[in-house]
Write a protein that binds this ligand. Sequence first.
Ligand code: 2P0
Length: 320
Amino acid sequence: MKKTVRAHTNIALIKYWGKADAKLRLPLMSSLSMTLNAFYTDTSISKAIDKDIFYLNKKRQTAQQSRRVLNYLSLLKQKFDINDHLIVESINHVPTAAGLASSSSAFAALAAAFCKYYDINANPTELSRLARIGSGSASRSIFGGFAIWQKGNSDESSYAYPLDEHPQMDLRLLAIELNTQQKKISSTRGMQDAQSSPFFKPWLKRNEFELNQMINAIKNNDFTTLGELAELNANEMHAINLTAQPEFTYFEPETIRAIKLVEQLRQEGIECYYTIDAGPNLKVLSQLRNVKDIIQRFSSEFNNVKIVNASFGPGITYLD
Ligand code: 2P0
């Protein structure tokens, strides 16, 4: 018997960037994301003979490569009192081109595949809590459309829920791959170091305000406010990294050039905004009528740039 689940990657418009509890992955702030149709992970669970095994994109992973996934699997087994050995097979449909992290879809798919395999009757809230322990952003990938991860203050109260699973909003996300280098500072480490910034606490204080503004923008189908706010929130996160002690940044020279291109496009009346995660690449938020022009401009200004045109994706999907 084998059970397979698909989860889509999400991109935060209001970022999660700090933990209150590293082991339970309780965040210091609430976050809000958009689940994407273009990027997903398929994960299957089946029985193994004498030890847990992890395959990624059909390649068996070494002990070191498997550590995070198999540690999480052990935690799930322990939680549900299961003693089997299991095979985890994941296929990432995240074009390496996109420069997108896949931990959100990976841990959401694994949590859901495990529950499916063992007929564990977890509702979406419980699934979100389980996925969260694997990777914070995975809590949001249980749901399609827009999802909010409320920070809560315990394992029970920290989970995501859908704001609108099937938004009608005209919103596109262009993932612009400027730089393929492996990031030097993991998210887990970056968000820990960021807390030494003198601006970290003031930023946290703004979280509820920004989250509510974003919720209102979505409810009002207000692309301009959504874009301006997403850009502001991302820049706040990166400003905090730059003012941490010692300081660090995910920006590369191309990142700044791309930011300037977005500003230039806006000046020309092509409305678009950017958000940036724990890496040098931009995700450009835009609307259908401008997608072609934006792709064309990025392609002509950056050599060999790869661009993936994404929109809203669904929540967890059970494949067999
Ligand atoms: C987010 N990021 O909200 C933020 C914005 C990156 C920048 O969540 O340590 O892989 O596994 O809980 O979820 C990336 O961090 O971190 C992330 P862990 P995760 O999407």
